[in-house]
Design a protein around this ligand. Structure first.
Ligand SMILES: NC(=O)C1=CN([C@@H]2O[C@H](COP(=O)(O)OP(=O)(O)OC[C@H]3O[C@@H](n4cnc5c(N)ncnc54)[C@H](O)[C@@H]3O)[C@@H](O)[C@H]2O)C=CC1
Ligand SMILES: O=C(CO)COP(=O)(O)O
Length: 343
């Protein structure tokens, strides 16, 4: 009998348990007791994070990490990025040699600037790399749980691991592509959340579709610039985990980062916004660390800088937008100009 476990009983963890339960005999959804594990167990529904979706009988609910990981061929990490190190530390004693480990958190560790694969390796050691993968792409829990066609990417250092994870997740409504570019896939998923916050801010200010389209497009330029500098392949940012995720997160009514930006533009303070959303808003943390990394590395990231100023320096969104619009004139794509003599 095949067994998998999902660590993190929020919206994405619950949606992934549902997804895996279509392909794998037993799925254990693990969460902390304070996350209402007992009521999820009794009601067969995660009313707080994924209301309206009943959990099938092959999903077990547990707050016992040893039980969740025992004999599992696959373990999924689905907690906020800043909690990944702690969760990986607590699973270390129970993770079996045969278990594949897949991270789905989209973020960068604030204290270290590490990507999630680096955090996992830092805790578990280099041997984990051959069994590790990252799953990312445009995929809101609310739609996946309703079996709405969704397409994502799995990246791994090892081809066989990527193929294994692809098979484990693929269903008629969930299609998975493979990609060897772990850094690129991770960075696309993390950096798009900053742009989603900015898109929410312009939406909240009642600017039009022109502004949003410009922000998405220039946001992709910014993501790609930093993504390459941190080790990603430029082509990955034109894929599902790059522009794909950017499109969904800047347009979907389910996007937490987009909604958070909107509330900020309407004058709510950051703590009020986080309280109102009630789920993790990864872009708030990613903005902080990426702003610092960009300054340290000398990388031009005007949208990230504007987000940082609004979130952490008390600057007015309208003024930040004005500042971006009136920067010095530029070519759209430097690389094209550099290759044409006389330009
Ligand atoms: N919700 C979605 O549609 C998607 C979310 N993701 C990513 O998945 C990650 C988790 O997001 P969501 O499930 O949406 O967040 P959420 O806010 O819905 O749930 C997070 C869960 O993790 C738990 N948690 C927090 N700290 C913990 C810790 N130290 N130990 C154990 N559990 C802890 C929370 O109590 C909560 O149950 C994020 O990085 C997000 O970007 C990725 C793709 C889609
Ligand atoms: O990454 C996600 C969907 O792919 C979820 O993040 P948001 O809810 O901010 O869009």
């Amino acid at each position: 009998m095949r067994k998998a476990c999902v660590l993190g009983a929020g919206s994405w963890g619950t949606a992934q348990a549902l997804l895996l339960s279509d392909n794998i005999d037993r799925v254990v959804l693990w969460g902390r007791e304070e996350d209402g594990i007992e009521s999820i167990k009794e009601e067969r529904e995660n009313k707080r994070f994924l209301p309206g979706i009943k959990l099938p009988s092959n999903i077990e609910i547990s707050s016992d990490m040893a039980y969740a990981l025992y004999d599992a061929e696959l373990a999924i990490i689905a907690v906020p990025a800043q909690a990944v190190r702690g969760v990986v530390k607590s699973m270390a004693g129970y993770l079996e040699d045969k278990t594949y480990l897949v991270n789905t958190a989209k973020g960068i560790e604030i204290d270290t600037g590490m990507r999630m694969s680096q955090v996992v390796e830092d805790v578990l050691g280099g041997e984990i790399k051959s069994r590790f993968a990252v799953l990312s792409g445009p995929s809101h829990a609310e739609e996946v749980a309703r079996k709405i066609p969704t397409v994502v990417t799995v990246a791994s250092f090892k081809k066989e691991t990527a193929f294994y994870v692809q098979d484990a997740f693929m269903t008629t409504y969930f299609r998975v592509y493979t990609n060897p570019d772990v850094a690129g896939v991770e960075l696309g998923g993390a950096l798009k959340n900053i742009i989603a916050l900015a898109a929410g801010i312009v939406q909240g200010l009642n600017y039009g579709d022109n502004t949003k389209a410009a922000l998405i497009t220039r946001g992709l330029t910014e993501i790609t610039r930093m993504g390459i500098a941190l080790g990603g392949d430029a082509r990955t940012f034109s894929g599902l985990s790059g522009i794909g995720d950017l499109i969904v997160t800047c347009g979907s009514r389910y996007s937490r980062n987009l909604r958070a930006g909107e509330l900020i533009a309407r004058g709510y303070s950051l703590p009020e916004v986080l309280d109102k959303i009630g789920m993790v808003v990864e872009g708030v943390y990613t903005t902080r660390i990426v702003y610092k990394l960009a300054a340290k590395m000398g990388i031009d990231m005007p949208i990230t800088q504007a987000c940082y100023n609004v979130l952490y320096e008390g600057k007015k969104p309208e003024e930040e937008l004005n500042r971006i619009m009136s920067r010095q004139k530029k070519h759209e794509i430097e690389e094209i100009v550099n290759n044409i003599e006389g330009w």
